[in-house]
Design a protein around this ligand. Structure first.
Ligand code: DI6
Ligand code: FE
Length: 395
């Protein structure tokens, strides 16, 4: 990371020209002072040595759900495993029951509070997955809430359909029939209503098989939707290789990633999204193969995976710290993982993720001595101001 401007990620003593919500010029104050003619409507902010950074991007969250699983957290502290809790009817299905019972307004009130907390950490783009409704009607309600959040907060929302998160109770023992329902009914309807940008699958021995995953991805692609995967979280299934070879934007979790997966990811430009919050909460000990990803120059993104079971952490800065302390990323890799590489994981790299001409003016000003402070200290630092598409929206 440079103290200057050349890496397009962090700027000090920066000058920007913004028009129509987009950055049209970016450089240093020094360069700007060489111009003698300024655009008439130029608005100037003197940042007095503070740092400008692109708004953070949380590229993997399950933000919309009802209910609370702190009782399961306590059970796990007493030695019951995540898988055991799921087998006893808790886990994801616990949240599915609460979410199905909640009204759209209830879900909205719960989710907006979480989104606001993220915004207060400098996050201006969030991916939101469905997946706690499972049935058609509830999935639609959840995605509607995601749309409402986008309309009411200065945050870009990328919406992902994760119907294949768990097998719904009404399809117990009949996962293939549920996959057919996803492919023939739910996914086409959500795509048609313009409710989703991408489709995700939990490919896992407690989730969906490789064949089911492939079927869902094929259908998604035929509808013009992007694909991404929850893969290699609890076991090595080859879901990452499959997803990468089918053109996935990202594969996420990856503790059990194999060399064959990494090669496919490198070949297909698939982002590796690392989720250290889930690793931490589940007391996982197997680390994702960071050095292998580096060797193959696979871009690494970092996200909160915010969800009520395995990662109830809304603080992306804290998650960046975990990426460094638990996974051994450098500060620079962590910051890039929540900006440019997170944008790539959402296919939004032409709109957000760096401060560059042509991109949205989604900018956060931080009163810090160095960007590494953001990965080091928590609970005190908040943005001095936030700009969304060129408008000051906070501070
Ligand atoms: N992997 C996860 O970590 C979340 N979903 C998934 O597929 C956890 C979901 C939960 O426990 O509610
Ligand atoms: Fe997840």
């Amino acid at each position: 990371m440079k103290n200057g401007i050349s890496d397009n990620s962090v700027f000090r003593h920066a000058a920007l020209l913004i028009e129509g919500g987009k950055i049209i010029w970016v450089g240093s104050m020094k360069e700007l002072s060489q111009y003698s003619v300024f655009p008439e409507n130029l608005i100037q902010y003197d940042c007095q040595g503070k740092w400008l950074m692109p708004g953070f991007i949380d590229c993997h969250t399950h933000l919309v759900f009802a209910g609370n699983r702190s009782n399961e957290f306590e059970k796990r502290l007493n030695g019951v495993s995540y898988q055991e809790i799921a087998e006893q009817g808790g886990g994801i299905l616990n949240t599915v029951n609460a979410t199905r019972a909640a009204s759209e307004e209830d879900l909205y009130q719960l989710a907006i509070r979480r989104a606001k907390a993220m915004l207060n950490n400098g996050v201006t783009t969030i991916e939101i997955k469905s997946g706690y409704g499972l049935d058609h009607e509830t999935e639609k309600r959840v995605l509607k809430v995601a749309k409402r959040i986008e309309a009411s907060l200065p945050i870009n929302i990328s919406k992902t359909y994760l119907g294949a998160h768990a097998i719904p109770p009404e399809f117990k023992g009949n996962a293939d029939a549920y996959v057919n329902k996803i492919c023939d009914e739910i996914m086409p309807d959500l795509a048609d209503a313009n409710f989703i940008d991408a489709v995700d699958v939990f490919c896992e021995n407690i989730g969906f098989t490789l064949a089911q995953t492939e079927k869902i991805f094929r259908r998604a692609k035929s509808l013009g939707l992007a694909i991404k995967g929850h893969t290699e979280q609890l076991s090595a299934m080859g879901g990452s290789e499959l997803a990468a070879n089918m053109g996935a934007m990202s594969v996420d979790h990856l503790e059990y990633l194999q060399a064959s997966d990494v090669k496919a990811m490198a070949k297909n430009d698939t982002v590796a999204t690392l989720l250290p919050g889930a690793f931490y909460y589940l007391k996982e000990t197997k680390l994702p193969p960071i050095n292998l990803l580096r060797e193959h120059q696979v871009p690494m993104a970092i996200a909160t995976d915010f969800n009520p079971g395995s990662s109830p952490i809304a603080s992306l800065p804290l998650i960046l710290n975990m990426a460094c302390t638990l996974f051994g990323l450098t500060v620079e890799e962590a910051l890039q993982g929540a900006t440019l590489n997170a944008a790539k994981a959402l296919g939004m790299q032409n709109q957000v993720g760096t401060l560059e001409a042509g991109k949205l003016a989604d900018i956060v000003c931080w009163d810090i001595s160095h960007p590494r402070d953001l990965v080091y200290e928590f609970g005190v630092i908040t943005p001095s101001w936030i700009m969304k598409k060129g408008d000051r929206v906070q501070g």
